[in-house]
Design a protein around this ligand. Structure first.
Ligand SMILES: *Cc1c(COP(=O)(O)O)cnc(C)c1O
Length: 416
């Protein structure tokens, strides 16, 4: 570095400048899924602010947001009531020598809201919650094997990371795999685990990157429940991504299947860092014996934000509203695709939709679609499920569809 600021040309955006600086002081410029190499062309890496369903990047461009911070934003960015609750708590203190009253109140809220929950514990990230569930299940059963669906995401710790870089086979020694929604393969995995099965761990629905989303079938959910009862193992639902968006009581409630343990995070504090484990009385004793903790797990501000988020989610039928908005988006996308003669597939719950293009193995069409729509003000994702929030209104969806129409035109011009 010479110390002279580089001249700001048209190509020298604030985002590009920050990427260049990050390359020097952050390995690879960014970690994990937010590495620029994984973003569609033209996508910003750096953001400056957000409000409601709109995010603004560091160059001042504003987008209608269909990623909601990859899940945490449920009610809209900077929701006034949630932020007021957070600020009131912040004025009294956040990181103290132990938890505040708000921890007990929040646990009471979860127990009142979630039918399977007799108790709750709090952490910071989704990975903390999924890992705590597994630890509690092993403590309760005295067994080792954990059955997980192949390709499901449960976090980025060594036992569950989707990457193998820096990870040993011993880190995953006691994981056995089955296919989501495939009862036979689940039974085979249970048989394979024999007397050593501690838990079946499943996401609320199948939301693996780059493939069509799948809701759980009733048969599969019931088979998972029955297999755990037979084996004396824990049924753990990973609600980290879907929690509060499909059903505030728990994503499998409508299927009539209740887990023993659930892992929650992302949306529960509308953007504040918080995770939770809820469990039933059978697992209470084990949950009191395991040693789990974290320097910031008692943070009172996030808990105050969560109390407000849960209350609003319960009182205003957030799942119903975001479902209606998701359906409006889905119908509009289908119409536009059809008009442009472009074949697409839409899958998943409308609250967390995914649109994939046919004959698009490398997501080239998806990326062109997204890059073009982005230039017209809509922030979509080509391969990961997207997220609706309570701040999305019909007019926002319609505006985003206008942006999408440019995306479809660009894909049509690609041909193939
Ligand atoms: C995001 C996610 C996690 C991990 O949560 P972090 O907060 O990133 O640790 C676990 N499970 C699912 C289903 C997720 O989507």
């Amino acid at each position: 570095m010479t110390g002279h600021p580089a001249p700001l040309s048209e190509t020298q955006t604030a985002d590009a400048g920050l990427r260049a600086r990050a390359q020097r002081v952050v390995p690879g410029g960014m970690w994990g899924h937010l590495n620029a190499a994984r973003l569609p062309e033209g996508y910003p890496q750096f953001f400056a602010s957000a409000e409601g369903c709109r995010v603004r990047d560091v160059d001042g461009r504003e987008y209608i947001d269909f990623m909601c911070s990859w899940g945490p934003i449920l009610l809209g960015h900077r929701h006034p009531e949630v932020e007021a609750a957070a600020m009131a708590q912040a004025a009294r203190g956040d990181c103290l020598n132990g938890p505040g009253e708000v921890m007990v109140e929040l646990a009471e809220d979860f127990v009142a809201l979630v039918p399977h929950a007799d108790w709750a514990m709090f952490q910071k990230n989704g990975s903390d919650a999924t890992t705590s569930c597994v630890t509690i299940a092993r403590a309760h059963t005295g067994r080792r094997k954990v059955l997980v669906a192949r390709g499901s995401y449960h976090g980025a710790l060594p036992w569950c990371s989707p990457s193998v870089v820096g990870i040993t086979s011993e880190d995953r020694a006691h994981l056995l795999h089955f296919e989501y929604n495939d009862v036979e393969s689940l039974r085979a995995a249970v048989d394979q685990a024999g007397q050593d099965v501690a838990a079946v761990l499943v996401t609320a629905f199948r939301h693996d990157m780059g493939r069509d989303l799948e809701l759980p079938t009733r048969e599969f959910a019931q088979a998972a429940r029955a297999a755990c009862v037979r084996a004396g193992a824990a049924l753990i639902i990973d609600e980290v991504r879907a929690g509060l968006r499909l059903d505030v009581r728990g994503s499998w409630e409508a299927l009539g299947v209740r887990p023993d343990l659930s892992a929650w995070s992302k949306a529960i504090a509308n953007g504040h860092a918080l995770a939770a484990v809820t469990g039933n009385d059978q697992f209470r004793e084990a949950a009191s014996r395991v040693f789990v903790t974290g320097s910031f797990w008692c943070g009172a501000v996030a808990m105050a934000a969560a109390r407000a988020t849960l209350r609003i989610a319960r009182e205003t039928d957030v799942p119903g509203h975001i479902r209606a908005m998701g359906l409006r988006l889905r119908e509009g996308l289908a119409l536009l695709a059809n008009r442009n003669g472009v074949a697409i597939r839409q899958s998943g719950p409308p609250q967390m939709p995914l649109m994939l293009f046919d004959a698009d193995p490398e997501a080239r069409k998806g990326r062109v679609f997204c890059s073009t729509a982005l230039r017209h003000g809509a922030f979509f994702h080509p391969q990961h499920n997207m997220f609706l929030s309570a701040a999305h209104r019909s007019a926002d969806i319609d505006e985003a569809l206008e942006a999408a129409s440019h995306g479809f035109r660009a894909v049509r011009e690609l041909g193939g």
